[in-house]
Ligand binder design. Structure first.
Ligand code: CTP
Length: 410
């Protein structure tokens, strides 16, 4: 979920049709308005059986429109005005019946009428289906959904899980936070469309015995923000994550690993199938040379145990040394002399780009300040050097990356 104003200035028509999931749309309105959007709610008669316009008006701060005969509109053309004034129409929940209507281009009440009448080239339609699993899997619904997709409608979900009817399966409306993130992603420029990105994130954990190990303070937040920003930018994204407590951004393929050796095995064999490799993981440089099968006990020992360490493989350097490497981006977490250390790593690992940051100042935090360093130049991100939230930085890095990929290919 976003705390930023990612939808600032966006005008959204939110359509509700008949379904239990209408209760989730109340929360959705709250999230959309909190993210800066102006939300105009339109409800079908069936939706009013599940939630009242009073609730939706109070949450959106605008009178709900329910009828094409609404005399408050000076020209009495609510269906035309609503579409012209909106940046997007989102129908959530979209019932099986409403989807069937959209597929046929029927328009016998306000919401379907405005979906048909909206200027399609500048007012996209996003639909979040919500229905029983049998209704969802029925060939008629699947046919209708395929027709909508062909017509340029974006289908959001549905999710899978417990249903109001007591059954379990596909057909649940996506959660409000997921719909919010989908809408935010929809508005991001698709600067990495068609690109494949591989990203490492988080710390590694090198076991000493079955209960102890060597790790570090990396939270994985920067890598996860980059993965989300890359999906938003239209890329196909695989995230190899060390042990972190973060949920997977929508659309990201995630593989969990524990040790540096596991991360190496997950990354190096498939790295060449990608256009870009971004190594944000704080990989442990060393691991205990041997792993004790049982817990090392204090009992009866007068001196503290000592451990022999052995070096872990350098994942980034190994990927950069492949015969046809992806475009490699490293991260340098330093505690001083950021530029000098970052440039030294760039040369040592033979990579075209490295992002420097001060580790102690950023580990675990939601914001960061970066130094973008290549062989010839460096610049601060953001330009004023003031810490900014990691998703904003990640989006800026995606644009930077898109420009650099274009330059490499030109
Ligand atoms: N890295 C890696 N595999 C390792 C160590 C580091 O892929 N075994 C990657 C990190 O993900 C990061 C970059 O290399 O993108 C720099 O990591 P860092 O630990 O700062 O660099 P080191 O080479 O370990 O240098 P030092 O510890 O001396 O600062």
């Amino acid at each position: 979920m976003s705390e930023r104003s990612d939808l600032q200035g966006r005008r959204i028509v939110l359509g509700l049709t008949g379904g239990i999931a209408c209760y989730k749309s109340a929360e959705l309105v709250r999230l959309l308005t909190k993210a800066g959007a102006t939300v105009q709610v339109v409800m079908t008669e069936a939706a009013e059986a599940f939630i009242t316009p009073v609730t939706m008006q109070a949450l959106s701060g605008r009178a709900v429109v329910t009828s094409q005969w609404d005399a408050r509109e000076p020209n009495n053309m609510a269906h035309i005005n609503l579409g012209r004034e909106a940046d997007a129409v989102m129908v959530a929940p979209a019932s099986a019946d409403f989807i069937a209507k959209l597929a046929q281009g029927r328009a016998d009440e306000l919401l379907s009428l405005l979906c048909l009448a909206r200027p399609r080239e500048r007012c996209p339609l996003l639909v979040a289906p919500a229905m029983n699993r049998e209704m969802w899997s029925h060939p008629a619904t699947q046919r209708n959904v395929a027709t909508l997709a062909q017509d340029g409608t974006l289908i959001l979900g549905p999710g899978c899980g417990d249903q109001a009817c007591g059954e379990v399966g596909d057909g649940r409306m996506l959660e409000p936070t997921e719909l919010l993130d989908e809408l935010i992603a929809f508005f991001q420029p698709k600067v990495l469309a068609g690109r494949r990105l591989l990203i490492t994130a988080g710390p590694t954990f090198e076991p000493i015995d079955p209960v102890r190990g060597i790790t570090n303070h990396s939270s994985g937040k920067m890598g996860f923000a980059l993965a989300r920003a890359a999906v938003e930018a239209g890329a196909d994204v695989t995230l190899v994550a060390g042990p972190v407590h973060l949920s997977t951004p929508r659309g990201v393929k995630r593989q969990n690993v524990m040790t540096a050796a596991q991360m190496y095995d997950a990354v190096v064999p498939c790295a060449a199938d990608h256009d870009v490799f971004i190594a944000t993981a704080a990989v442990a440089d060393w691991r205990p040379a041997s792993l004790s099968e049982h817990k090392i006990k204090k009992e009866g020992k007068k001196v503290a145990p000592t451990f022999e360490l052995t070096e872990n493989p350098d994942i980034l350097a190994a990927v950069a040394a492949l015969p046809k490497p992806p475009y490699c981006v490293g991260f340098a977490a330093e505690s001083e002399n950021l530029l000098a250390h970052a440039r030294a790593k760039l040369l040592r690992k033979r990579i075209p780009l490295i992002i420097g940051n001060l580790g102690p100042a950023t580990f675990g935090r939601d914001d960061n300040a970066l130094l973008v360093v290549d062989a010839q130049s460096d610049h601060a991100l953001p330009a004023d050097g003031r810490p900014t939230d990691k998703l904003t930085l990640a989006r800026a890095l995606m644009q930077e990356l898109a420009n650099r990929l274009q330059a490499v290919q030109a």
